[in-house]
Design a protein around this ligand. Structure first.
Ligand SMILES: Nc1nc2c(ncn2[C@@H]2O[C@H](COP(=O)(O)OP(=O)(O)O)[C@@H](O)[C@H]2O)c(=O)[nH]1
Ligand SMILES: [Mg+2]
Length: 295
């Protein structure tokens, strides 16, 4: 079966379920080939994911937030927003209810790049974070070339030496969890960035660390030289193609079974018809014999 065009092959026209699955795959393929990168923010509840994404989206004003901040732990929606060719994806916390984790996980696997957000104040990684990072490492191919460590809410630690110590500890724990040193680390404060904008203080914006991260994100659609996310799109496409193939095979098996059942039923009907014909023949020939003998 060729999947180079959008029309459903003739052979599938009589099978609406297959035809739908095929069309869905073809449109997914187009989306994956043509759409810009998806950047997913992940981390535990209250790490500052939504606030961070708002600064990246440039929508952080009172009542104008692109992503809901300070959201209740139970929020399990995955929201996304496209900004200058990059789709920003906000994840529920990785430490929420099991359902949250499932949602977060599905969203994770659909990401091209990941911002792992961890608060500077939280020196230790929680067990749920370690488990999540372990799974990420296991499930996402080429993670090294598309995972960013974002140390957030740096305004909470005033002493620079203390901040540096904490940053180093976070990097060490993160490295141990994923098995490699993060290729990119940004230390940011969404609060400073926001305050800088509201009060017109360029100095605050500059020390917020957000402009550097914004810059990193904004160059993603341009080239794959720095961050190789395009290569892994092919992987995702293959996974989806495998799922379609499995679906088609399952449907084919089902059709096969139906044919067998119908054939068996028809054979049964045929047998009783044959028996009826045989009885009729016997009957008629019996009658003929009687007529013959009577003559
Ligand atoms: N001090 C400080 N607080 C922040 C910063 N970013 C977020 N917060 C606060 O931390 C809480 C959680 O933020 P949120 O973005 O909703 O975190 P999420 O649960 O990871 O999406 C909210 O009360 C935010 O106002 C920051 O840079 N500095
Ligand atoms: Mg949030």
């Amino acid at each position: 079966m060729t999947i180079s065009n959008t029309s459903v092959p003739d052979s599938l026209e009589d099978h609406p379920i297959l035809a739908n699955a095929y069309s869905a795959y073809v449109s997914r393929k187009q989306v994956l080939l043509e759409s810009g990168p998806r950047v997913a923010a992940c981390g535990i509840y209250n790490a500052g994911k939504s606030s961070l994404l708002n600064t990246l989206a440039g929508q952080f004003g009172e009542g104008a937030e692109a992503f809901k901040t300070g959201a209740a732990r139970v929020t399990s929606t995955v929201s996304e927003l496209e900004v200058a060719g990059v789709t920003l994806v906000d994840m529920p916390g990785v430490d929420g209810a099991t359902d949250d984790d499932e949602t977060a996980w599905q969203g994770m696997l659909g990401g091209d790049c990941y911002l792992y957000v961890h608060r500077l104040m939280a020196a230790e990684f929680e067990q749920s974070e370690l488990e999540f990072l372990g799974l990420l490492k296991e499930q996402v191919r080429g993670l090294e070339s598309r995972l960013v460590l974002v140390i957030s809410q740096i305004d909470e630690v005033g002493d620079p030496e203390e901040a540096a110590r904490r940053e180093a500890a976070i990097r060490t724990a993160f490295t141990a969890a994923v098995g490699f040193e993060p290729r990119w680390t940004f230390a940011v404060s969404a609060a400073r960035y926001k305050k800088g904008h509201v009060e017109g203080k360029a100095g605050l914006i500059n020390i917020s660390g957000i402009p550097e991260l914004k810059n990193w994100v904004s160059q993603l659609p341009e080239t794959s030289a720095n961050v190789d996310w395009r290569t892994f799109r092919a992987d995702r496409l293959r996974t989806e193609k495998d799922a379609l193939t499995a679906q088609i095979l399952a449907i084919a098996d089902e059709l096969d079974l139906q044919i067998q059942v119908r054939t068996a039923a028809r054979q049964k009907r045929l047998q009783s018809f044959e028996a009826a014909v045989a009885a009729l023949v016997q009957n008629v020939s019996g009658s003929l014999k009687r007529i013959d003998s009577a003559e």
